[in-house]
Design a protein around this ligand. Structure first.
Ligand SMILES: NC(=O)c1ccc[n+]([C@@H]2O[C@H](COP(=O)([O-])OP(=O)(O)OC[C@H]3O[C@@H](n4cnc5c(N)ncnc54)[C@H](OP(=O)(O)O)[C@@H]3O)[C@@H](O)[C@H]2O)c1
Ligand SMILES: *[C@@H]1O[C@H](CO)[C@@H](O)[C@H](O)[C@H]1NC(C)=O
Length: 371
């Protein structure tokens, strides 16, 4: 049986779902000759490690305790009493991880939403271990730090950072490694904005669609976090860098769907929803009408072409994969020599379940790194 030791950073919606997937896939993995051995878990404050990383692991009952504790919004501290682990403060995790790496090879899984984790991820990779990321932030830092993460590309995976579980990065890597040149990529990479843009197409006012999306739980608590385009820009930057563009966040042109004077520092959320948002209706409606005159529809997309990366509203043909998009799916069209008619990847691009499934598949994909 091949043993893959795992250390999980972040026990939010995705991290907990990953632990549940690991437990429910025990038989499936055993049939493939693999055993995933969770030896450490941390949140933003605490780092729990099994007493002896060489020979022990967190058992499934303890993993489910951790999930329940974090679901109840308690600290991992609550789990210390069980006697099944050693605890240290988050501040010590860097040193702890180095100690562990000296004893065993492991996969560090980043399901946090922090930009701070880049330091321990880089350390982990330098010490010969592996990393799997659902967290986009370490990949959108400076080019210099990004390069350090990919010194050993066989030991890092991050499929879930773009389009959650959809095989977008895997597909791109397969296309580029076979010498097929990618000419352009155009994608709707935000479920929220995909929903909003397809709804305004039917004549509904932008403000009402955004409020409906918020009520459906499609948006962040403050929808401006979606409307700013920043999350799409992070995904765009990751794809751009995979294609070899050596660019930073500040070189990307990002069109925000609300003006600066309606930003969180200028307007409360309530004021924005009640008074700011409706002021944007006319402009979007004009653009929708203008596009439909040419059999086109508006989509909020990331466009990668000619070493450029642009994020914003774009007219696409009604009769294209992007144009037919309804609801909260992600859609990515990849154009290359082999795919003059684009390769289209479409499906749910968010959700704890699919995101965690993508992370789990990445971990299994690293199995050859373990004896
Ligand atoms: N949910 C999705 O659909 C989706 C899709 C694709 C990618 N992602 C990405 O997946 C990641 C996780 O998402 P989520 O929804 O599970 O987030 P979340 O619910 O906010 O959970 C974040 C977790 O990370 C922990 N954390 C924060 N800072 C940390 C640090 N410096 N080191 C270690 N742990 C830290 C938090 O600890 P506390 O519990 O102590 O606060 C929390 O347990 C995010 O980066 C997100 O962008 C999510
Ligand atoms: C994902 O998990 C978070 C945190 O538990 C929860 O608030 C959210 O509703 C979950 N999302 C989905 C789509 O299940």
């Amino acid at each position: 049986m091949k043993n893959i030791p795992i250390i999980l950073m972040g026990c939010g919606g995705v991290g907990r779902q990953l632990l549940q997937h690991i437990v429910s896939c025990r038989t499936l993995h055993a049939n493939k000759g693999i055993h995933l051995r969770v030896v450490g878990v941390c949140d933003s404050k605490m780092f729990l490690v099994t007493p002896d990383v060489l020979s022990t692991e967190f058992d499934d009952a303890f993993l489910m305790d951790i999930c329940k504790t974090k679901f109840d919004r308690l600290s991992l501290e609550q789990c210390i009493d069980s006697g099944k682990c050693e605890a240290s403060s988050y501040a010590e995790s860097k040193r702890k991880l180095a100690d562990i790496a000296a004893r065993i090879g492991y996969v560090l899984v980043d399901c946090s939403a922090s930009s701070e984790t880049i330091e321990v991820i880089t350390q982990t990779l330098n010490l010969g271990c592996c990393a799997v990321l659902a967290n986009k932030k370490p990949l959108t830092c400076s080019m210099e730090e990004f390069d350090k993460l990919f010194l050993q590309p066989r030991r890092i995976r991050h499929e879930s950072t773009v389009g959650a579980g959809l095989p977008i990065i895997t597909s791109l890597n397969r296309i580029t490694s076979s010498g097929d040149e990618v000419a352009s990529i155009i994608g709707s990479l935000s479920g929220t904005l995909g929903y909003v843009m397809s709804e305004v197409e039917n004549g509904k006012p932008f403000s009402e669609v955004v409020k409906a999306a918020k009520d459906l739980g499609y948006t962040e608590p403050d929808p401006r976090d979606d409307l700013s385009g920043m999350d799409v820009a992070r995904k765009g930057l990751i794809l751009a860098r995979l294609l070899g563009q050596r660019i930073d966040m500040n070189t990307i042109k990002i069109e925000s769907l609300y003006p600066n004077n309606m930003g969180p520092s200028m307007m409360t959320l309530e004021d924005f929803l009640a008074n700011g948002l409706p002021l944007l209706d006319n402009d979007i409606q004009e653009k929708v009408k203008k596009a439909s005159l040419n059999e086109k529809v508006l989509r909020y997309v990331c466009i990668l072409q000619n070493s450029m990366c642009m994020i914003g509203i774009h007219e696409v043909p009604k009769d294209s994969a992007l144009g037919r998009l309804k609801g909260s799916d992600n859609v990515v069209e990849i154009y290359s020599r082999c795919y003059e008619k684009p390769l289209v990847i479409q499906g749910a691009g968010a959700g704890n379940d699919t995101t965690a499934a993508g992370v789990l598949a990445d971990i299994i994909d690293l199995q050859d790194q373990f004896p």
